[in-house]
Design a protein. Structure first.
Ligand code: SF4
Length: 354
């Protein structure tokens, strides 16, 4: 038997006995599989499960999603992070309505053409929903195959990815692409994990694996270090009017675009937060009280936020021009429905709003 045939058969046998029961495994609906795959990018399975059910309850099909307002989609995504994913899902649903008559495309290149869908997600949807023979190569698969074949090249390089993608494609057994790709996902999540892979305990590939044979499991894959995130220091203003709080809709080109947060200013040494809010927002504030500090880590930025309670001298300033960042008084009821990202939820919790 060819090495690849043995590997495929061994993995599928292992999968039949060890597959994880996940909500999106009980459907062949490409829409549901798409939503799950996008949510699973950069997010743990345990976290995704609740969001997946909530999202499908809110938007059960492409038609309902494509007609939704961005704010409602972001609101259901609230707390999951990486909000570009939610914006792209909405954009893609609209493309499906306009270009594909509301039917999720069945051809790989059409799926791949949708906003927010790259090679991995297109391969995952095409194989899981339609059993089309495409690989789905993410970080897990890069790690597994580089260990399996003892690849000592940087997996962040395109040429290494291309090599591993070709190897993964060659392992897909006829008519079993969906199961094979999901088996690899499960192997990466439960056995060939980044630290201390369970080679001898439960890996179906241990007899064939180069890294295991050579004792290189802990040094493979080779990956160059990601750039250090840039750190920003902000002050956030918690300004109340009775039970309401002053909030702003973030600019369309900012990080956390079109989501709702508190007015922020960059902190500069020697300049007080009050002065900065006056310059940047045109808000005259007094009675500044320090409430605490919040740190929020994004993939490429770290926000260090000093949070202050402040009093607005003149409420008419709320209606002024704030550089395309509209301000509004938000009631506690409305706050529950607005798309407020985690960073600002942490800030609001210091002001007892979350
Ligand atoms: Fe990964 Fe170990 Fe299996 Fe190799 S033997 S594929 S390193 S779990």
């Amino acid at each position: 038997m060819q090495n690849s045939q043995y590997l495929s058969a061994a993995l599928l046998t292992w999968y039949a006995q060890n597959r994880r029961e996940l909500p999106w495994r009980n459907t062949s609906d490409p829409y549901a599989i798409w939503i799950s795959e996008i949510m699973l990018q950069q997010t743990q399975v345990e976290t995704v499960i609740d969001y997946y059910h909530r999202f499908l309850n809110g938007f059960p099909d492409v038609a309902r999603l494509g007609q939704a307002e961005e704010e409602d989609v972001l609101s259901l995504w609230k707390g999951l992070g990486y909000y570009t994913r939610a914006r792209n899902i909405l954009r893609a649903a609209r493309v499906i309505l306009e270009k594909f008559d509301g039917v999720f495309p069945t051809v790989y290149t059409d799926i791949r053409s949708l906003p927010g869908i790259g090679d991995y997600t297109a391969g995952a949807i095409a194989s899981i929903a339609y059993n089309l023979s495409y690989p789905a190569v993410d970080g897990n698969v890069l790690r597994i195959i580089s260990r399996l074949d003892g690849i000592e090249e940087d997996i962040s390089l395109q040429k290494t990815k291309t090599r591993i993608t070709a190897r993964a494609a060659g392992l897909i057994p006829d008519g079993k692409a969906g199961d094979f790709n999901q088996a690899l996902m499960d192997l990466g999540a439960t056995v060939c994990v980044p630290k201390d892979p369970k080679c001898t305990v439960s890996c179906p590939w241990q007899t064939e694996c180069s890294a295991h044979r050579d004792g290189k499991e802990s040094i493979l894959p080779i990956k160059k270090k990601a750039k250090k995130p840039i750190e920003y220091h902000y002050a956030a203003a918690v300004i109340r009017r009775n039970a309401d709080i002053l909030m702003t809709k973030r600019q369309a080109d900012a990080l956390l675009a079109n989501m709702w947060g508190l007015p922020l200013v960059c902190l500069e040494s020697g300049i007080s937060p009050e002065t900065r809010f006056g310059h940047e927002w045109g808000l005259e504030v007094t009675n500044t009280v320090y409430l605490g500090h919040v740190k929020h880590v994004f993939s490429h930025q770290i926000w260090q936020i000093d949070v202050y309670s402040m009093t607005l001298n003149d409420e008419s300033q709320v209606d002024g021009d704030h550089n395309d960042r509209p301000l509004a008084w938000v009631s506690p009821e409305r706050l529950k429905t607005l798309p407020v990202p985690k960073a600002f939820q942490k800030v609001l919790s210091l002001g007892s709003f979350f």
